[in-house]
Design a protein around this ligand. Structure first.
Ligand SMILES: Cc1ncc(COP(=O)(O)O)c(C=O)c1O
Length: 418
């Protein structure tokens, strides 16, 4: 069970919403800090442990700076994400470039800035050599275990997934990298998304540790770092249970002793590139009820839409909802909670038991701190909303709301003939 808490008291959040206007995303800085520290502590036995925060989860430079100040790095999958990580002052050696279907200019920039390049395919070895003239001194390969593992609904089954090199290609990847001058080798995988079963993550560590042994035996190459990817889940539903970093850290430590230290494969650094479990539970979408409509069903229409949070429409994902000031009223009404897009799947919740809702109520949608604002879009010319960060000394705006001028900026009022 997980208690669905608010980042401020109900009345403070309501007053803030009235002061700045809705909708907006708000993040709980002290809670993010504590959570990041908890992760580091759980893996403090692992020399050089790092989490490259998945920038795609919450691509705000202020959040990246906050995490960087705690020693986190950045996991980037595009050129703008690389630039954002640099903007946040993250040193190149703490930037992992885990892309797929990668354009040449992105390899070039990642190489130029000295980020760790994580190759998604065996053919990308030649691409990097063609584009950059050589391979970097450090290289990582993303492994896809195929039928060896099962994925989940969000990421799909590994053998159906577009990501990563296959088992039979892996040794060849490292051999070719070594022939082309690579000196430091890393191994990466990302086989699940939003996974709440600790065993699954432990099995991922087991799989990677065993590959480290296999690669050493087959190619004589010592892998220096394994990256377990992202994918640690969060308790979106109140009856979900969060993964405990400390229990996960202890179990992976035990495996490390058995499979790495006792086999003479140490030192081996451990890393993750988690986004969701770092910031997800500490973000909230705050929105006002514009309408309560009684049709064949009862609908609550918000001033936010799936352009602010598309996970429910995209994956049928559950996001908990709190109605400010009505926390102690019974959930004795059933509503579909909608946005205003001309899309019938623009719904934050379907058939959700909630207290009776009135026009003007302030609604908080929980767990929007990862893959929330970042997945937003401009359909229906919806403008993207502001982001705020609560810190120990007050609340800061960390992204202003888009204006119509922002929206129209890339359109040419005078068509340009080509
Ligand atoms: C390569 C890669 N790394 C890390 C992540 C972050 O995953 P999460 O935010 O679920 O931890 C993703 C998410 O899509 C990803 O594709």
């Amino acid at each position: 069970m997980t208690e669905k808490r608010l980042p401020l008291s109900s009345s403070e959040l309501k007053a803030f919403a009235e002061y700045v206007g809705t909708p907006f995303h708000i993040y709980d800085g002290p809670a993010i800090r504590k959570n990041a520290e908890d992760m580091k502590k759980a893996f403090s036995w692992a020399d050089g442990f790092i989490n490259y925060f998945a920038v795609k989860a919450l691509p705000n430079v202020n959040i990246l700076r906050l995490l960087a100040s705690l020693g986190f790095g950045a996991d980037c999958s595009s050129l703008p994400e690389l630039k954002l990580a640099k903007e946040a002052g993250i040193p190149s050696e703490r930037i992992m470039f885990s892309s797929n279907d990668t354009p040449d200019e992105e390899f070039m920039e990642a190489f130029r800035m000295g980020a760790i390049i994580n190759l998604d395919d065996i053919s990308f070895i030649d691409d990097v050599i063609r584009v950059c003239g050589k391979l970097p001194e450090t290289i990582s390969f993303r492994y896809n275990p195929g039928k060896e593992r099962t994925g989940n609904a969000i990421i799909g089954n590994p053998s159906e997934a577009k990501y990563g090199v296959t088992h039979s290609q892996l040794a060849e990847c490292y051999r070719r990298a070594k022939e082309n001058g690579v000196k430091h080798f890393m191994l990466h995988t990302m086989v699940a998304s939003n996974e709440l079963n600790e065993d699954y993550i432990v099995e991922t560590a087991r799989m990677l540790f065993s590959l480290v042994d296999e690669i050493k035996r087959e190619c004589g190459i010592a892998i220096e770092q394994v990256d377990l990817g992202g994918g640690i889940g969060i308790p979106y539903r109140p009856d979900d249970t969060a993964i405990s970093f400390s229990s996960l850290g202890n179990r992976i430590h035990e495996l490390y002793v058995e499979m790495i230290e006792k086999k003479g494969l140490a030192p081996l650094r451990i890393s993750f590139e988690c986004g969701r479990c770092i910031t997800g539970p500490f973000g909230y979408l705050v929105s006002k009820v514009l309408h309560v409509c009684h049709k064949y069903k009862d609908f609550v229409g918000l001033d936010a839409s799936m352009a602010d949070l598309m996970r429910p429409a995209l994956y049928g994902a559950y996001h908990h909802i709190t109605v400010l000031g009505k926390e102690n009223k019974g959930n004795d009404h059933i509503y579909d909670v909608t946005g205003s897009l001309c899309e019938n799947n623009d719904k934050f919740a379907i058939d959700r038991p909630l207290p009776e809702i009135d026009k003007g109520d302030i609604i908080v949608i929980h767990d929007t701190g990862a893959h929330g604002h970042s997945m937003g879009f401009n359909y229906n010319a919806k403008l993207r909303h502001a982001e705020y960060l609560i810190d120990s000394d007050g609340i800061y705006m960390i992204r202003r709301a888009e204006t119509y001028d922002d929206y129209i900026r890339t359109q040419l009022s005078e068509p340009k003939k080509l």
